[in-house]
Write a protein that binds this ligand. Structure first.
Ligand SMILES: [Fe+2]
Ligand SMILES: [Fe+2]
Length: 459
């Protein structure tokens, strides 16, 4: 990375916080007579993690916050519990992996935590190796955590690994069988305590670091969630639309290595604002009744655009995670409500301003939101097809993505051209699979024709 790119990445606030953190750590390390070279290692780790690697996992400020928290937690812990470092070791490994879903970040941070622990209690290298191995195993088992009991499971595995490593590497420090049994008991209790601490602090950490863990996402994806239940009952067409958008988005997110689970759950909630006036949205209109017929285009536009604002308000009322609210707020970006803009322009060409028929934004700020935004349009257009052939699907998908890119709607989403190519291919594949199953059953022809007719009215 050249200096120019590096300097663009570092903000003045980050430099100020870096200096404050350096002074704070030096002071703490000086008081506790910790080797200052450890601080140097920490800085190398931070530089490695934030400047040379991608920024997706954690921001520099959050990394400092975590490091400060770790220093304080370990110092306080050592004052009360001496050498029993299993709880902080397991807790930090579990917490970092569950929060940021990154094995790399978790290992870097665990290395720092273990070095700090070993230096504080002036232990030997083998002690550090045991603790680091425990962190590594716990991190491995925490990567795919989606339920709370899996946190307890990962912590217990860490406790068992710790017991056996101590038994093999430090057998001579145990003088009796009772001592070994007591040590096993301690490992068990400490690992359970570590998991309870993590379960307790996870919701707070999600708020502080503005991240959504898989555990929260799983809770949100449950159709028994009161907001999803309302969507199913009050806007069934929108719910069906959201399900297809979710499938398209999940596959595309997987193709580019983005958070596929976040994309799926974000898609479930992106249109919840439609619940309040569901009958005005095309996917919920039954038969050929046109509710917009007697409305001015400006009024129709207002109702359509307001589903974003209504969605944000509903989401706040139901205490949805800010990451999910981003999908609601950004999925239309600054796009134009084209149909009603055209209608208004036909009626009043002099006074109709394009600006007034645009969604207020902001544009998608993350790859996951951008994917849902694209899948949203592609799903709606795909329902207008009478005879969906692979070439027509391909043409439509490429058209939508190209147009969105040229309009600058994806400028703030951090998607690269290579990502867009992968997303395009993923959407084409998924839509072809979707239509293939519909076309390939001649016996269902009548039913398919009916559903195609239906789709036309919904789009
Ligand atoms: Fe929408
Ligand atoms: Fe939508």
């Amino acid at each position: 990375m050249d200096i120019k790119t590096l300097s663009k990445k570092v903000k003045p606030i980050e430099i100020i916080v870096s200096i404050i953190f350096f002074i704070f750590s030096s002071y703490i390390f000086y008081i506790y007579k910790i080797d200052l070279s450890l601080l140097l290692i920490l800085f190398i780790i931070i530089v490695f993690n934030n400047f040379l690697k991608n920024e997706k996992t954690v921001s520099l400020l959050d990394f400092y916050l975590l490091a400060t928290f770790a220093i304080l937690a370990i110092l306080i812990f050592s004052l009360f519990f001496g050498k029993n470092f299993l709880i902080p070791t397991i807790s930090f490994s579990l917490l970092i992996t569950t929060l940021f879903s990154s094995l790399e970040l978790s290992l870097i941070f665990s290395l720092f935590v273990v070095l700090l622990e070993v230096t504080i209690i002036k232990e030997t290298l083998d002690f550090g190796i045991i603790l680091f191995t425990v962190s590594f195993i716990v991190a491995l088992f925490s990567l795919s955590i989606r339920r709370r009991f899996q946190i307890i499971k990962a912590a217990l595995i860490g406790g068992i690994v710790c017991f056996f490593l101590f038994l093999f590497l430090r057998l001579n420090s145990f003088v009796s069988l009772i001592q070994i049994i007591n040590f096993l008991k301690n490992c068990f209790i400490e690992s359970i305590l570590a998991s309870i601490i993590v379960i307790g602090v996870l919701p707070i950490c999600e708020l502080i670091f503005r991240v959504t863990t898989n555990i929260s996402l799983l809770e949100l994806s449950d159709i028994n969630h009161p907001l999803l239940k309302r969507l199913i009952l009050e806007a069934p067409g929108t719910y069906q639309h959201s399900l297809v958008v979710a499938n398209l988005s999940e596959a595309a997110a997987e193709a580019i290595g983005a958070n596929m689970f976040l994309a799926r759950v974000g898609a479930y909630y992106h249109d919840i604002g439609k619940i309040l006036k569901s009958e005005y949205f095309v996917e919920n209109i039954v038969g050929y009744k046109d509710v917009h017929k007697n409305l001015k285009p400006s009024m129709s536009k207002l109702i359509i655009i307001n589903h974003v604002k209504d969605g944000i308000e509903l989401a706040k009322k139901y205490h949805l995670n800010p990451k999910i609210i981003d999908f609601i707020a950004q999925h239309h970006g600054r796009t134009l409500v084209y149909f009603f803009y055209q209608k208004a322009k036909e009626l009043e060409p002099q006074v109709t301003l394009e600006e007034e028929y645009r969604y207020p934004g902001p544009k998608p700020q993350s790859p996951e939101v951008a994917i849902v935004s694209l899948a949203d349009t592609i799903e709606a257009l795909s329902r207008t097809f009478d005879e969906p052939t692979p070439s027509r699907i391909e043409e439509m998908v490429k058209d939508v993505i190209k147009k969105r890119f040229l309009e600058g709607e994806l400028d703030e989403s951090k998607l690269t051209l290579r990502d867009l190519e992968k997303i395009t291919q993923s959407f084409i594949r998924m839509l072809n699979a979707l239509f293939h199953t519909r076309i390939n059953y001649p016996k269902n022809e009548d039913r398919n024709q009916k559903s195609t007719k239906n789709s036309k009215t919904q789009s």
